[in-house]
Design a protein around this ligand. Sequence first.
Ligand code: GDP
Ligand code: FO1
Ligand code: CA
Length: 318
Amino acid sequence: MRIVVLAGGIGGARFLRGLKAAEPEADITVIGNTGDDIHLFGLKVCPDLDTVMYTLGGGIHEEQGWGRADESFSVKSELAAYGVGPEWFGLGDRDFATHIVRTQMTQAGYPLSAVTEALCARWQPGIRLIPMTDDRVETHVLIDTPAEGRKAVHFQEYWVRLHAAVDAHAVVPVGAEQAKPAPGVLEAIAAADVILFPPSNPVVSIGTILAVPGIREAIAEAGVPVVGLSPIVGGAPVRGMADKVLAAVGVEATAAAVAAHYGSGLLDGWLVDTVDAASVPEVEAAGIRCRAVPLLMTDVKASATMAREALTLAEEVR
Ligand code: GDP
Ligand code: FO1
Ligand code: CA
């Protein structure tokens, strides 16, 4: 079975770990979000690609969900001693090596998709990881600041420095309109037996991937079941700032509203958590087959059960 998954960072990676456990023989292609990417200290950092690669490759900091296990921060403190920031973004020593390799290869002329493949040769994530695009896309968030009025900040600044504590007025995937899907993206979608949206952020993860011209259209035209899992449980994100960025695009932070936001033109099936079982009829009325099942990825077994439920729903709508 050929499965294509559109993934952000932690939500995508934890779901993928479950999917691999549930379907060890499946051929899984992951289309990763690169809108979170940021250039720091002359290096290209790709948080969501790295989170997927480290999680599936066994190098992730498990409790934190991003960055490397057994990490140290000597380089960061040395940079700070020179007065070189930003200090609010915690790049660890082990993680730095990944960004150095990536930047070196990029500067030598390799596209991000080839660099990602090279990094994955070490981590052996057991899936094919392709960035959504080789072109530069950066998600910016429009906020109000006391000093400078309304201005756009990088998504990482909004989330990591400002902790999403101020309202987001708009979310803009800068560069997405001009971006082309990376080699292999459209081919994987066209060859898929099923397409899954893990419980990733609907705006700054999956929304950004869908903003690359051609990807949404390819999914809608693939003619195979498209099934998603809600990242919103009981009217709130399980973690992160999905509620803030959903508000910015005028979508309520509920499992049903996120399904409607994707729409029946894209989604065939949608899983909500059992606490949201009352919203099943609303989702189905919108033309999307819906089931309520436990959606908390407390461990790999729970994530694997979720993945099985998603594949079962895909068979029902096929
Ligand atoms: P990020 O890039 O690290 O933010 O990760 P993703 O975009 O892939 O996923 C973020 C989303 O995952 C958030 O909106 C969370 O609500 C959701 N999420 C995290 N853990 C869980 C979980 O155990 N269950 C569900 N249903 N959603 C989760
Ligand atoms: N998230 C934080 O909250 N604080 C950090 O200092 C931080 C550093 C960091 C470094 C590398 C990396 O791959 C991810 C990192 N993250 C950090 C997580 C990440 O930037 C965000 O959670 C995601 O981009 C949101 O999707
Ligand atoms: Ca992300």
